[in-house]
Design a protein around this ligand. Structure first.
Ligand code: SAM
Length: 281
């Protein structure tokens, strides 16, 4: 393992601070600093950006982001045992790393960061999808972030980039692809982590679009898609009955056969359907 900075190797950091991985916190650490630098590079040119990192743990990705030139990194970590290890990184990069001990679901990063902002994280599996949905569904668009570079279980990554007709296609794909360009940029086997998880992982890069790909009211689209995929085996005229009693007319008006199933319907058609309904905020 070659050094990307003058700090000790991650195995040594983990030993010194006795960071025995906790399953309850989704802790699967990346110990190869070449790999964390590679993930950081997928986040784009960081030199003029502030970066939000969720769950830095012992700091492998944090070090990658700083070594790649991030202007500032704000790292939010729930596990107090990691804070002294992260303080050592902060000392090695004066003024560039701020660590907040807390729950990422409760911290407002905007009080600490200056745009342009990118988000990069090897997310804890228990809160990863919830954070992604929050970042994709703010009230106003464009959002506070330019891009998201996020590690997920491979299966979740596939749901984000899925196309109509595939098993993985659903609400996550539609939310992500409506407002962002999403692609899988890296695949990682379980052995890349310590301890190795049971599943494969993948890094997804999402670039925020200036405006949603097709016009639609966000609240309406959200409700339509949630109802459609909640009962994905049913025909849309049945699964969407709760959204509007005359849904069959709306489906026909926008050219979607009322007997179609959600997984066959593309983003453009869902947006047209949302536009034909009265706003459901
Ligand atoms: N970034 C490190 C790496 O790549 O080696 C650690 C990644 S590990 C998959 C997830 C990290 O998120 C752990 O350090 C865990 O303590 C932290 N974490 C779990 N739940 C959290 C939450 N709600 N808010 C902030 N951090 C959390």
């Amino acid at each position: 393992m070659s050094a990307i900075d003058s700090l000790p190797p991650l195995r040594e950091v983990i030993e010194t601070h006795q960071l025995l991985a906790r399953k309850s916190l989704g802790q699967n650490f990346l110990l190869d600093l070449n790999l964390t630098a590679k993930i950081a590079r997928q986040a784009g040119d960081l030199r003029e950006c502030d970066v939000l990192e969720i769950g830095p743990g012992p700091g492998g990705l944090t070090r990658g982001l700083l070594a790649e030139g991030a202007r500032r990194v704000l790292a939010v970590e729930k596990d107090s045992r990691c804070i002294p290890a992260l303080a050592e990184i902060s000392n090695a990069y004066p003024g560039r790393l701020q660590v907040i001990e807390g729950d990422a679901l409760e911290v407002n990063p905007l009080t600490h960061l200056t745009p342009p902002i990118r988000i990069a994280a090897n997310l804890p599996y228990n809160v990863g999808t919830e954070l992604l949905v929050r970042w994709l569904t703010p009230k106003a668009w464009p959002p506070f972030w330019q891009s998201l570079t996020l590690m997920f279980q491979r299966e979740v990554a596939e749901r984000i980039v899925a196309q109509p007709g595939s098993k993985a296609y659903g609400r996550l794909a539609l939310l992500a692809q409506w407002r962002a360009d999403a692609r899988i940029v890296l695949s990682l086997p379980p052995e890349a982590f310590s301890p190795p998880p049971k599943v494969h992982s993948a890094v997804v890069h999402l670039k925020a679009l200036e405006a949603p790909r097709y016009p639609a009211n966000a609240g309406t689209l959200n409700k339509v898609v949630a109802a459609a995929f909640n009962q994905r085996r049913k025909m849309l005229r049945a699964s969407l009955k709760s959204v509007s009693p005359d849904i069959e007319d709306h489906l026909k008006a926008v050219g979607i056969p009322p007997t179609e199933r959600a997984e066959q319907v593309g983003l453009e058609a869902f947006c047209a359907l949302a536009r034909s309904l009265k706003p459901l905020d």
